[in-house]
Design a protein around this ligand. Structure first.
Ligand code: 5GP
Length: 187
């Protein structure tokens, strides 16, 4: 990255911690914040729109993108594949726009390796019990999937030291304010 480039911030954290809510609030307040739209092989949840929350693609297309080196990072998570299309991120950063990725741990590690200037932020729950409550209460996943996501959450929370900053999501507004401050969003 050159000095004129925008800043890349990676927000990571276990499923159910509230990354989506924090990011929505940040973008409501600062519409100029650009959020990468990932590709995934997961099936859409009710209300999710192709091209908005994700680009929903099949395994063959995902594999094609990996082979063509079109993904900045990619990972498997709870039985599905997820990846960040490379070009839109590069274009935003080159245009000087702050860019945000909301991705899981393996992906964050890949970004750390390939884009050392990126800032890695980990959003954590006030406690593990609280995370389990949130994930179960959300009702979007069956119990097997909730367990897989909680197993994965333990691993993600144990990786705290790999992140530049840890934000505890005990209060949505406060967590969003902290993320905004870290992203150095121009007024
Ligand atoms: P969900 O299925 O709940 O939408 O997402 C599951 C996990 O995948 C979340 O932790 C989310 O942050 C992560 N994720 C979403 N998009 C990407 C991506 O492009 N790359 C990686 N590595 N993780 C992603």
């Amino acid at each position: 990255m050159t000095g004129a480039d925008g800043r890349l911030t990676v927000l990571s954290g276990p499923s159910g911690v509230g990354k989506g809510s924090v990011v929505s609030l940040v973008r409501r307040r600062h519409p100029q914040v650009w959020l990468s739209v990932s590709v995934t092989t997961r099936t859409p949840r009710q209300g999710e729109v192709d091209g908005v929350e994700y680009h929903f693609i099949d395994e063959a297309e995902f594999e094609r993108m990996v082979t063509a080196d079109e993904l900045l990072e990619h990972a498997s998570y709870a039985g599905n594949r997820y990846g960040t299309p490379r070009r839109p991120v590069q274009e935003r950063l080159a245009a000087g726009t702050p860019a945000l990725l909301e991705i899981e741990l393996q992906g964050a590690r890949q970004v750390r390796a390939t884009m050392p200037g990126a800032q890695l932020v980990l959003l954590v729950p006030p406690s593990f019990d609280e995370l389990a409550r949130r994930l179960t209460g959300r009702g979007t996943e069956d119990s097997g999937r909730v367990h897989r996501r909680l197993d994965r959450a333990r691993i993600e929370l144990a990786a705290e030291d790999e992140f530049d900053v840890v934000i505890v999501n005990d209060e949505l507004e406060r967590a969003a304010d902290r993320l905004v401050a870290l992203m150095q969003i121009p007024p």
